[in-house]
Design a protein around this ligand. Sequence first.
Ligand code: ZN
Length: 66
Amino acid sequence: MNPTAPTPPSVQSVECTECAASIALQRVPLCGEIVRCRDCQAELEVTSVSPLRVELAPEVEEDWGE
Ligand SMILES: [Zn+2]
Protein backbone atom coordinates (compact mmCIF):
# COMPACT_ATOMS: atom_id res chain seq x y z
CA MET A 1 0.00 0.00 0.00
CA ASN A 2 2.69 2.41 1.01
CA PRO A 3 5.97 1.18 -0.43
CA THR A 4 8.06 3.83 1.18
CA ALA A 5 8.19 4.54 4.84
CA PRO A 6 7.07 8.01 5.70
CA THR A 7 9.90 10.39 6.15
CA PRO A 8 10.22 11.08 9.83
CA PRO A 9 9.96 14.76 10.35
CA SER A 10 12.72 16.42 12.23
CA VAL A 11 12.12 18.56 15.23
CA GLN A 12 8.67 19.95 15.10
CA SER A 13 6.89 22.62 16.94
CA VAL A 14 3.30 23.31 17.69
CA GLU A 15 1.58 26.45 18.74
CA CYS A 16 0.18 26.59 22.23
CA THR A 17 -3.55 27.01 22.04
CA GLU A 18 -3.47 29.05 25.20
CA CYS A 19 -0.73 31.60 24.71
CA ALA A 20 0.32 31.01 21.11
CA ALA A 21 3.85 30.25 22.15
CA SER A 22 5.79 27.86 20.00
CA ILE A 23 6.38 24.56 21.73
CA ALA A 24 9.38 22.73 20.36
CA LEU A 25 9.17 18.98 20.29
CA GLN A 26 12.27 16.85 20.40
CA ARG A 27 10.53 13.99 18.70
CA VAL A 28 7.31 13.11 17.05
CA PRO A 29 4.70 12.86 19.74
CA LEU A 30 2.15 10.13 19.93
CA CYS A 31 -1.48 10.82 19.45
CA GLY A 32 -2.93 11.38 22.88
CA GLU A 33 0.37 12.42 24.35
CA ILE A 34 0.44 15.38 26.66
CA VAL A 35 2.89 18.15 26.06
CA ARG A 36 3.36 21.07 28.35
CA CYS A 37 3.79 24.64 27.31
CA ARG A 38 6.82 26.15 28.97
CA ASP A 39 5.35 29.60 28.83
CA CYS A 40 1.94 29.16 30.41
CA GLN A 41 2.27 25.62 31.76
CA ALA A 42 -0.80 24.58 29.86
CA GLU A 43 -1.09 20.89 29.21
CA LEU A 44 -1.85 20.18 25.63
CA GLU A 45 -3.03 16.88 24.29
CA VAL A 46 -1.85 15.78 20.90
CA THR A 47 -5.00 15.11 18.94
CA SER A 48 -3.37 14.59 15.58
CA VAL A 49 0.17 13.91 14.48
CA SER A 50 -0.26 14.48 10.77
CA PRO A 51 -0.69 17.33 10.67
CA LEU A 52 0.49 17.93 14.16
CA ARG A 53 -2.28 19.38 16.21
CA VAL A 54 -2.87 19.89 19.88
CA GLU A 55 -5.78 20.83 22.04
CA LEU A 56 -5.92 21.97 25.59
CA ALA A 57 -5.95 18.83 27.64
CA PRO A 58 -8.93 18.44 29.92
CA GLU A 59 -8.04 19.07 33.48
CA VAL A 60 -7.79 15.92 35.44
CA GLU A 61 -10.07 16.27 38.36
CA GLU A 62 -11.69 13.92 40.71
CA ASP A 63 -14.61 13.50 38.49
CA TRP A 64 -15.57 9.90 38.39
CA GLY A 65 -19.18 10.64 37.71
CA GLU A 66 -20.97 9.68 34.58
ZN1 ZN B 1 1.22 28.38 26.41
